[in-house]
Design a protein around this ligand. Structure first.
Ligand code: DC
Length: 228
């Protein structure tokens, strides 16, 4: 077996399915780069909010793009950082309001086209685990491994609620659930690169699995499919 092979792992799925946490820890285990593409869309959403732009308006959002410098870097901590026109926005893009901005701006073809090459470039140099909504279908259609990671909306809302609580920004269950359902609808119904399972993706449903079980299942899929 040739260990120099570049392995690209595409993980797609709805919001709150645990993609980021699982992908990050699987990448650390395998020594691969982890790329959270949602953070890139969040950075554009953040730019729209800062400028007071309606994120649903395709024309105003498209006009904003040439003024933006979006950079993805890795800190000394090994974690992915996002910068917007030179300013670190890693914390700001996690604010709950940014989720809806990101979902809205990500529906515009101009935004998706603007970010496509940036994402592909990140997967060219070394083995990666990249997570998002269209990685297996659009960004890396010939990825060696594709996983569609999901869980029921209720379970995802429950997990997100605990996470928000731990972060000190609690929200009611009903509120979290309806926000997840709204984003699911937006992400699967948009015309440009809607969220869907690639035909050759392995389905991993973590509704009844805890973190350790989900991680073991993900690593097993990657090892089997990539032969590593
Ligand atoms: O994964 P996330 O919740 O941080 O993503 C934020 C939004 O970005 C999400 O609502 C959909 C969008 N997104 C996308 O359209 N394509 C991707 N590859 C990643 C995220």
């Amino acid at each position: 077996m040739n260990d120099q092979r570049i392995i690209r792992v595409a993980i797609d799925g709805p919001s709150g399915a645990g993609k980021s946490t699982l992908a990050r820890s699987a990448a650390a285990e395998l020594g691969y780069l982890y790329v959270d593409t949602g953070a890139i869309y969040r950075t554009i959403g953040c730019a729209a909010r800062r400028r007071g732009i309606d994120p649903k308006n395709a024309e105003t959002v498209a006009a904003l793009l040439p003024e933006l410098r979006v950079e993805l870097t890795y800190g000394d901590d090994g974690l992915q950082h996002m910068a917007l026109n030179g300013e670190d926005v890693t914390a700001e893009i996690r604010e709950p309001e940014i989720s809806q901005y990101a979902s809205a701006v990500s529906a515009h073809p101009a935004v998706r086209a603007y970010l496509l090459e940036m994402q592909r470039r990140l997967a060219r140099e070394r083995s990666v685990i990249m997570d998002g909504r269209d990685i297996g279908t659009v960004v890396l259609p010939d990825a060696e491994v594709k996983v569609f990671l999901t869980a029921s909306a209720e379970e995802r809302a429950r997990r997100r609620m605990l996470e928000l609580e731990q972060r000190g920004t609690p929200q009611a269950y009903e509120e979290v659930l309806s926000s997840i359902q709204e984003r699911d609808w937006n992400d699967t119904h948009r015309a440009a690169a809607p969220l869907r399972k690639a035909e050759d993706a392995v389905l991993l449903d973590t509704t009844a699995l805890d973190f350790a079980q989900s991680e073991a299942a993900l690593l097993q899929i990657i090892r089997e499919r990539a032969g590593v």
